[in-house]
Design a protein around this ligand. Structure first.
Ligand SMILES: Nc1ncnc2c1ncn2[C@@H]1O[C@H](COP(=O)(O)OP(=O)(O)OP(=O)(O)O)[C@@H](O)[C@H]1O
Ligand SMILES: [Mg+2]
Length: 255
């Protein structure tokens, strides 16, 4: 995989190889439970390669649960449905296999490992098999992390921790990036920097699903949008359609 700061020529040839007709990532009628609590209630969604999908909805709508089910965590438990990534049946996998197949979940708490430096946090992610970005590629795209490479990861600012969490995902074989509330608590200038990074990995064929309370920011970044309500999809379309639809915005997003 190439870094963000690649030459324009490489970007173009890479982009030209991206299949844009069939969905690269597809969820079909996915149902998931916490014990007997039925939470993800038949979710289906499609994303093309290199697209950003905003997954939105009110508090408790099931956004985090949907991301966790896609990443194949044990909780919630998926009991029905199919998940396909680039022709691979993810629904038959455990979470470590889904991660090996290129699905990387960055949870809300970011999971930076205490007692490890920035560089050690990245190096640990690189232990996973597959071709992720090198340290050099990461530092080129995240100069803030390069400056702080010897600092304990948990002492970074919130924004820097979010960058480190994304960098760790890039250090692995990344095909589908799942971000849960990446902008939470971050200043606008840091949000812009993360937006720039997410935008720049699109031509590399990396597909992103972003869950965000800041729906306007997520919709401005995203190509497509899915709105969830009580574990069901109530809207699927382009991000622009949501931005242009006052009723939809008021009803489900309070914006
Ligand atoms: N571990 C759990 N055990 C039981 N129920 C859970 C668990 N985690 C979440 N839930 C329930 O599942 C529903 C969906 O929660 P989820 O966290 O997926 O929503 P969300 O859309 O991410 O909300 P928010 O915007 O507040 O983050 C909620 O009713 C929640 O109480
Ligand atoms: Mg959540």
């Amino acid at each position: 995989m190439s870094s963000i700061a690649m030459t324009t020529e490489t970007t173009v040839s890479h982009a030209a190889n991206i299949e844009t007709t069939r969905p690269f990532f597809s969820v079909r009628d996915m149902h998931a439970y916490y014990g007997e609590s039925y939470i993800v209630q038949g979710v289906s969604l499609d994303v093309r390669q290199g697209e950003i999908l905003a997954l939105l909805g009110r508090n408790g709508a099931g956004k985090t649960s949907t991301l966790r089910t896609i990443a194949r965590t044990d909780n919630p438990q998926m009991r029905q449905g199919e998940i396909w990534l680039d022709g691979m049946p993810i629904h038959q996998m455990k979470s470590f296999e889904a991660a090996r197949s290129g699905i990387q979940l960055v949870p809300e708490d970011r999971r930076i490992i205490q007692g490890l430096t920035v560089e050690e946090n990245i190096a640990l992610a690189k232990v996973a098999p597959g071709n992720g970005w090198s340290l050099e590629q990461i530092y080129e795209s995240f100069p803030r992390l390069a400056e702080r490479r010897t600092q304990d990861g948990v002492t970074l600012s919130g924004g820097e921790q979010q960058m480190l969490a994304i960098a760790r995902a890039l250090a692995r074989d990344l095909k589908l990036l799942l971000l849960d509330e990446p902008y939470e608590g971050l200043a606008p200038v840091i949000v812009h920097e993360i937006e720039r990074i997410l935008h720049s990995i699109k031509p590399l064929g990396i597909t992103t699903i972003i869950v965000e309370q800041n729906a306007v920011a997520a919709l401005k970044l995203a190509d497509r949008a899915v709105i969830l309500d009580t574990g069901e999809v109530v809207f699927a379309g382009t991000a622009k359609e949501v931005l242009d639809n006052t009723e939809l915005r008021h009803e489900y997003l309070a914006i």
